[in-house]
Design a protein around this ligand. Structure first.
Ligand code: TYM
Length: 342
């Protein structure tokens, strides 16, 4: 049976890339699938986080899910550290994954920077924990932005190697073909890789030092308007067809953002704005962005003002997540040959 899982790190500055690349997909998939959405606080601390800020950011990401339309009653919303099976399975996966596989992870190279010797061991093992997040539920579909594709491929490799390494034990326990499904990334639509508003060759990111590079979900209408107006563009008017966006990364980015916010195709947007100057296109983009993001920001503010409510949503979600994770983790222990307390 298909099951959706995805996660977002509570590391501050939730932005338009997170919203269009991931959170809007979370909302849409609820109609057709059972979904589990996780605030991955254990991933967050692979880079040091101020504890007080971390607590607030866990609640803020939860509020963003709810404000965008995730239904925590019909689906599951929780924070990772409340379900200890994630960490348990991650250890088993650390013993399945090969060092060579992790050495190829481009996100580790980017985040560790030049001083790789000084990066945390957790940052290195990050993709193994991510595989555990997904597979502890035996989830089959994972909506993410383009930047997570390599991590998803690693999760598939880990699932495959576990199934192979323990094939006899898995069959003996009556699980048939393989214990873990190979999870499929869902990376679709015009905004799978939203770029910086200041530089069309860099992705929009929580950690960019310039706040003008991104639109935060918490930005008010004035901030959104200023950032869009200041967004880098080239001097040509908009093309009327998609081929005209080639080698124009800033134009491509703004058109992709518009299309995703309007739930239209790029081609459709260009059919309307082809030949227009950026100044008029940007004015329409501001109106659209404010109309879509304004209510979400306001609802996030309302929700975060009541931390007890958010915490109760997370506790309820964690309980229901555990009910799925626990029997799966028990099965893994049996497959590996551990003795369990019964
Ligand atoms: P994180 O917290 O960096 O980002 C959350 C989601 O937002 C997407 N995203 C973007 N999409 C389009 N354009 C962008 N500029 C952009 N920036 C971020 C990300 O692709 C992601 O979908 N490793 C994950 C968190 C994670 C996870 C998981 C995801 C942990 N365990 C299990 C899926 C399944 C991460 O750091 O996302």
């Amino acid at each position: 049976k298909p099951l959706v899982f995805s996660g977002v790190q509570p590391t501050g500055n939730l932005h338009l890339g997170n919203y269009l690349g991931a959170i809007t997909k979370f909302v849409a998939l609820q109609q057709s699938h059972d979904c589990i959405y996780c605030v991955v606080d254990m991933h967050a601390i692979t880079v040091w986080q101020d504890p007080v800020a971390l607590t607030a950011q866990i609640r803020e990401v939860t509020a963003a899910f709810l404000a965008a339309g995730v239904d925590p009653k019909r689906h599951i919303v929780f924070n990772q550290s409340q379900v200890h099976e994630h960490a348990e399975l991650a250890w088993v996966f650390n013993c399945v994954a090969r060092i060579g596989w992790l050495n190829r992870m481009t996100q580790f190279k980017e985040k560790a920077g030049k001083d790789r010797e000084n990066a945390s061991l957790g940052l290195y093992a990050y993709p193994s924990l991510m595989a555990a997040d997904i597979l502890v539920y035996r989830a089959t579909h994972v909506p993410v932005g383009e930047d997570q594709k390599q991590h998803l491929e690693l999760a598939r490799d880990i699932a495959q190697k576990f199934n192979n390494d323990y094939a006899a034990s898995i069959a003996a326990a009556g699980h048939g073909e393989g214990f873990f499904p190979l999870p499929e990334p869902l990376i679709q639509g015009p905004a799978t890789r939203v770029m910086s508003l200041r530089d069309g060759s860099k992705k929009m990111s929580k950690s960019d030092p310039s706040d003008y590079s991104r639109i935060n979900l918490s930005d008010d209408a004035d901030a959104v308007a200023q950032k869009v107006r200041k967004a880098k563009t080239d001097p040509e008017p908009l093309p009327s067809e998609e081929t005209g966006l080639e080698k124009r990364p800033e134009a491509q980015n703004l058109v992709g953002i518009f299309a995703a916010l309007a739930e239209r195709s790029r081609a459709d947007v260009l059919a309307e704005f082809g030949g227009a100057q950026f100044s008029s296109f940007k004015a329409s983009l501001v109106d659209l962005a404010v109309a879509k993001l304004g209510p979400i920001g306001a609802e996030m503010k309302r929700l975060t003002a009541d931390p007890a409510y958010i915490d109760s949503v997370l506790a309820d979600g964690a309980e229901r997540a555990s009910a799925i994770a626990r029997p799966n983790m028990d099965a893994v222990k049996d497959i590996v040959g551990f003795i369990r307390r019964r």
